[in-house]
Design a protein around this ligand. Sequence first.
Ligand code: ZN
Length: 59
Amino acid sequence: MSLFGNKNRECPSCALESDSGHEECPYCGYEFPESSKGQTVMALLFLLLMLLWLLTAIF
Ligand SMILES: [Zn+2]
């Protein structure tokens, strides 16, 4: 549980929370996937698709 939103992230390997600035888990050495950029791009693409879908649905 984090009190600071997504400042910390949970390691999927050892389930311990660490600062999101780390590229790998300081506890077990698990390398976090470079998800922030990819997720942003995917979110933008998804939004664009939703907008297109809305536009085609309206007109
Ligand atoms: Zn870990």
